[in-house]
Design a protein around this ligand. Structure first.
Ligand SMILES: *Cc1c(COP(=O)(O)O)cnc(C)c1O
Length: 256
């Protein structure tokens, strides 16, 4: 057996990776130091960048190791896997972020467990979340996922839809829209992703000049393991980092 790929633990109904060693705490410290350095380099306060540890495919044991090392924000992209971890890890001081695509019929399930939902991409989903949150007495914060690449990314709202979405968001009582999220097309060279990060910031600034309440534009969720420093240079307030903290994920076929 490959020692870097321990057998799944069977939790969350999928084969999730179990913790093998204490490299998670070390990795976390290294990533946080890089986040802080990138923020300073950009003339920003390190505290203005929230590090979200993306724990998808990793079992709760790995989340526990990260939490023990002081990590609070965790990101998950599959609703079912995430809900199992939230429930099992109820004792942890963890704040859960849904960063993957959300189907409208799952809105009710996610408004309680997730403090942040990054993947809202239209008025209909926004409306479902608002009604579900009102019914459940939940107050999740939402980000609007933006598609800047046309048909190359599968989800996200085209920039032209944003004024309408933010108009609807302004009328929401239970959910709070707090900014924008981006999953750019994958590029090996992070410099090639920079224009997308920059564009998201410009889209945000444009919404502000159109009169969108600045409190709905606080956050830019962008940047992953291989490009978070560039994202921070372009204004990211949330970076979503998985591999650099938890290690390589199993190939998708092995996950489910
Ligand atoms: C998996 C994932 C990440 C983390 O990717 P890494 O390259 O492992 O850091 C970030 N954002 C989203 C939406 C993801 O699904």
């Amino acid at each position: 057996m490959n020692p870097d790929r321990p057998a799944g633990t069977g939790d969350a109904g999928a084969r999730l990776v179990a913790p093998s060693d204490h490299s998670i705490a070390q990795n976390l410290r290294a990533v946080r130091a890089r986040v802080d350095a990138a923020a300073r380099e950009a003339g920003r306060e390190p505290s203005s960048v929230r590090l979200i540890a993306v724990s998808k495919t990793f079992g709760l044991g790995c989340v526990r190791l990260a939490a023990a090392a002081g990590q609070v924000d965790f990101g998950e992209n599959r609703v079912q896997e995430a809900l199992a971890k939230c429930a099992e890890g109820g004792d942890l001081n963890a704040r859960w972020h849904l960063i993957g695509h959300l189907q409208k019929n799952k809105a009710r399930k996610v408004v309680g467990p997730f403090a942040w939902i990054h993947s809202v991409d239209g008025c209909e989903l926004l409306d479902r979340l608002e009604r579900a949150a009102a019914d459940e007495g939940a107050r999740p914060r939402l980000l609007i996922q933006v598609d800047l690449a046309g048909e190359r990314t599968k989800h996200g709202a085209p920039p032209a839809d944003l004024p309408r979405i933010f108009e609807a968001a302004a009328a929401c009582q239970a959910v709070e829209v707090k900014g924008l999220m981006l999953i750019p097309p994958f590029e090996d060279d992070p410099e090639r992703t920079r224009p997308y990060f920059r564009r998201l910031r410009e889209v945000r600034d444009d919404l502000a000049t159109r009169g969108v309440d600045p409190s709905m534009l606080d956050e830019l969720s962008m940047g992953m393991s291989h490009d978070f420093e560039v994202a921070i240079a372009e204004g990211a307030t949330m970076v979503r980092v998985g591999t650099a903290i938890f290690g390589a994920r199993p190939a998708p076929a092995a996950v489910q």
